[in-house]
Design a protein around this ligand. Structure first.
Ligand code: FO1
Length: 317
């Protein structure tokens, strides 16, 4: 067993976050990796409690993820959804038969009083996920999007309306009253914290709900370990999802530099793709191939991000 080089906390949401989380999980011993999952995308649907970013992490880390879709499980069947459709139910949010079992069992446990983090830990254990996946809070936080016709739920925007609405604003309902998961805050105060990694997730929908939780920004500012982000934008385009479109609609520069500017003085280092070399100044920049197509890409980027953190080093003596 290699000696611990320190705890790494990764902030993750969406597909890009899960890819780097997988690379980190294959690079670090399990006890040295805490993956904090965004829960702002969660919602109630068909009377089920659905946690997409937790499930994308869980499936990706257990090798069960549907690589084509980027969400849900591989080897899926769709009898349930086809029947819901035939009965005139809501079928726009596709729940595969195996995936459905996660939502039904999670909902049953939550109604029985279990916390989301306890359910997540048990499901991850049962699926053989060694790294720790921790919901950012056990309380209800819901991302909402201000479109032309008013505020809509995140999944209504992202899936039902396929990110078409122009985004005027975003809100994270419940975030002020939510209790940041204590294990997350404790990890940020760990003396042997090696790094905080902001995964290549959409800053607005995947990372900022986490940063908006009580005490998180203060804890990040106080932690001695370096905070390193990986740009989710390569050459002005998001690898997947509406990041660039959202940035344009919110009046921001849809680029790696625009994301760095959005994070502001939170970051101690920034990892961006060769195509964007030279586009960011004002903080240590590490240029590499950031598009993760293969498992080797995921592991390689993880190693580069950890090396970047070690090069930046602790912020305080
Ligand atoms: N995304 C889609 O674009 N269409 C879907 O039908 C869909 C179903 C779905 C079911 C379970 C789940 O965990 C995720 C699902 N997603 C779907 C993805 C989901 O909207 C996104 O993963 C996040 O909310 C954005 O990061």
């Amino acid at each position: 067993m290699t000696a611990s080089e320190g705890l790494v906390v990764a902030l993750s949401g969406g597909v890009g976050g899960a890819k780097l989380a997988l690379g980190l999980s294959r690079t670090l011993p399990p006890e040295d990796l805490l993956i904090v999952a965004n829960t702002g995308d969660d919602f109630e649907h068909l009377d089920l409690s659905i946690s997409p970013d937790i499930d994308t992490l869980m499936y990706t880390l257990s090798g069960l993820a549907n690589q084509e879709l980027g969400w849900g499980r591989a080897d899926e069947t769709w009898s349930f959804m086809e029947t819901v459709d035939a009965l005139g139910g809501e079928s726009w949010f596709r729940l595969g038969d195996r995936d459905l079992a996660v939502h039904v069992e999670r909902t049953r446990r939550l109604r029985a009083g279990d916390t989301l983090s306890a359910v997540t830990a048990d499901f991850c254990r049962r699926l053989g996920v060694a790294a720790r996946v921790l919901p950012m809070t056990d309380d209800r936080v819901r991302t909402r999007v201000l479109a032309e016709d008013g505020w809509i739920e995140f999944q209504e925007y992202f899936v039902h309306r396929q990110c078409r609405p122009v985004v005027r604003d975003l809100a994270f309902d419940g975030v002020e009253a939510a209790r940041t998961h204590p294990d997350f805050l404790a990890a940020l105060a760990e003396p042997n914290l090696r790094a905080v990694i902001v995964c290549p997730s959409n800053p607005f929908i995947s990372v900022e709900p986490i940063l908006a939780l009580p005490g998180v920004r203060a804890a990040l500012a106080a932690c001695a370990a370096p905070i390193i982000a990986v740009s989710p934008i390569i050459g002005g385009r998001a690898v997947k999802g509406p990041t660039a479109k959202m940035m344009t609609e919110l009046g921001l520069d849809p680029s790696a530099a625009g994301v760095a500017a959005r994070y502001g003085d939170l970051l101690d280092g920034y990892v961006l793709d060769e195509i964007d070399a030279g586009s960011v100044a004002g903080l240590p920049v590490f240029v590499t191939h950031t598009l993760m197509k293969t498992l080797a890409d995921r592991e390689n980027l993880a190693r580069i991000v950890l090396n970047a953190a070690d090069k930046v080093g602790c912020k305080r003596p």
